[in-house]
Design a protein around this ligand. Structure first.
Ligand SMILES: Nc1ncnc2c1ncn2[C@@H]1O[C@H](COP(=O)(O)OP(=O)(O)OP(=O)(O)O)[C@@H](O)[C@H]1O
Ligand SMILES: [Mg+2]
Length: 283
């Protein structure tokens, strides 16, 4: 569905996307994980024709994005990182406007808007003006809008940023449902648990480069599935990873008894720290 070859983007001589090669298969739920400034939005903008790459090529469903931007737009829907709804219009009017842009006939428009509002559980909010609804609700009409022309591919840039835990889970369920109904989903996130909970495969992006690409499970296995945290009395924490609990226990027995030690399952945050020496979300 998506073929990215040697993609590069420079801003004032700085490589923001740096030699990116990546394929996403039809039906995949793929996650692009990386810290602020890693180049996630720039990549999505290139994939959705909004930004021109400095080098490289992108094919979506076999169509060259740079050569045929008009045609490729009908292949995908996109939910941008920042709110891009018309704030003075109602939820239904925003969808209506977008359906017209896609030249969807009037009868078809009404049917689809009703169906999509139901899908994102906003039927009762159809006549609410965007400016008057809570931040938690605003993401859902954006998703409905991106689906109005029934694309088989959906780009979601930080779909749950700023949402509370409960709303985030609703959006996760929505994304899973779209994927199980056949849509290919390409999302970006800097939430480790989001990538872990949702994505079949994760690409880890750091300074514009793909530094790891695999399923969350394989990424954890490569590092070792059991993590040992050693808390060094006010001098930070050291981590070691082991294939199994037996080996981890053996190691713990060699430590001085004064050391505070925690044994737990390895997670994607550990993978990220090991690969980059940094946390995904700076704290
Ligand atoms: N139009 C632009 N002009 C100049 N620099 C830009 C532009 N857009 C992005 N950048 C820079 O490119 C780098 C990558 O930005 P990008 O928005 O792609 O990162 P991101 O991974 O989406 O980050 P975030 O998690 O904060 O959304 C940043 O250093 C950013 O300042
Ligand atoms: Mg971004």
């Amino acid at each position: 569905m998506i073929e990215i070859s040697a993609l590069g983007k420079d801003y004032s001589g700085k490589k923001v996307v740096d030699g990116l090669n990546l394929s996403v298969a039809s039906g995949e739920l793929f996650g692009f994980l990386g810290p602020n400034g890693a180049g996630k939005t720039t990549t999505i903008r290139i994939l959705t024709t909004l930004t021109k790459p400095t080098s490289g090529q992108v094919l979506i469903n076999g169509i060259d994005v740079a050569r045929d931007p008009g045609r490729v737009k009908s292949e995908f829907g996109v939910v941008q990182q920042h709110l891009s709804l018309n704030r003075d219009l109602t939820i239904a009017e925003n969808l209506e406007l977008h359906a017209r842009l896609h030249h969807i006939s009037r009868d078809e428009r009404n049917a689809r808007i009703a169906e999509l509002l139901d899908f994102v559980e906003l039927s009762e909010h159809a006549d609410y003006v965007i400016d008057e609804v809570s931040g938690g609700i605003k993401r859902r009409p954006m998703i409905a809008r991106a689906l109005i022309h029934r694309p088989k591919l959906l780009f979601l840039d930080e779909p749950t940023v700023g949402l509370d835990a409960q709303t985030r889970r609703r959006v996760w369920d929505l994304i899973r449902r779209m994927n199980s109904e056949g849509a290919t989903v390409f999302l970006t996130t800097h939430y480790i648990e989001e990538a872990e909970a949702l994505c079949q495969r994760v690409g880890v992006l750091h300074h514009g480069r793909l530094i790891a690409l695999d399923s969350p499970k394989n990424l954890r296995q490569k590092l070792g599935e059991v993590a040992v945290e050693m808390h060094l009395n006010g001098n930070g924490t050291e981590y070691k990873y082991f294939l199994d609990r037996a080996r981890a226990s053996q190691f713990i027995q060699t430590l001085p008894s004064t050391e505070r030690v925690v044994m737990r399952e390895t997670n994607l945050e550990d993978v990220f720290i090991e690969l980059t020496g940094q946390k995904v979300m700076g704290d």
